[in-house]
Ligand binder design. Sequence first.
Ligand SMILES: Cc1cc2nc3c(=O)[nH]c(=O)nc-3n(C[C@H](O)[C@H](O)[C@H](O)COP(=O)(O)O)c2cc1C
Length: 190
Amino acid sequence: MGAVLSCLGAAAAPRPARAAPGAGGRAGLRARPARRQGASVATLLIVHHTPSPNCQALLEAVVSGAGADGIEGVDVVRRPALAATAGDVLAADAYLLGTPANLGYMSGALKHFFDQVYYPCLDATRGRPFGVYVHGGNDVTGALRAIDAVTTGLGWRRAAEAVAVTGEPDRADLERCWELGAVLAAGLVG
Ligand SMILES: Cc1cc2nc3c(=O)[nH]c(=O)nc-3n(C[C@H](O)[C@H](O)[C@H](O)COP(=O)(O)O)c2cc1C
């Protein structure tokens, strides 16, 4: 992971304290698409359930990392888990999942997302990279286990270590989320 970030150069150093402008904007908006003239664009789909300011801070950090300076040709698409569709999943090249831990599981919203897309996307998305961040009050183990099970079923490839945060995110937590977004996006740069 560190090697990937070093490829981005000093300009891409984590900046979680200053999230990307507009990162907290309306759900579903596309974060700064980094397009070069004539360059092909890969898509990183961020599917998230964001019910609180602490979860919002993690989302903004991953969006900021995914749009880091030096990452070009990656379109970052944000979708609330209740609005994401199988079409979004099929059209993307990599996935970043974000959820709170609820009752020892992923959120109902993210579970609903997987219920909707699992069979329509099975086979077609096998082998695609993904990453995940989970926020909880004290124990996110069950949520991580559940996401591991469903992504294993889909055949998705874990591209970065899961980020687990409990309580109010500190700077190190936000940096880990920033790095998660940067690693997923940098992995799509052709
Ligand atoms: C019904 C409910 C169940 C929850 N279950 C868990 C849980 O199993 N593990 C955990 O770590 N946090 C749990 N939480 C805490 C949420 O993950 C937390 O509220 C969410 O991540 C938002 O964080 P915040 O309240 O600090 O902003 C639960 C919260 C609610 C409302």
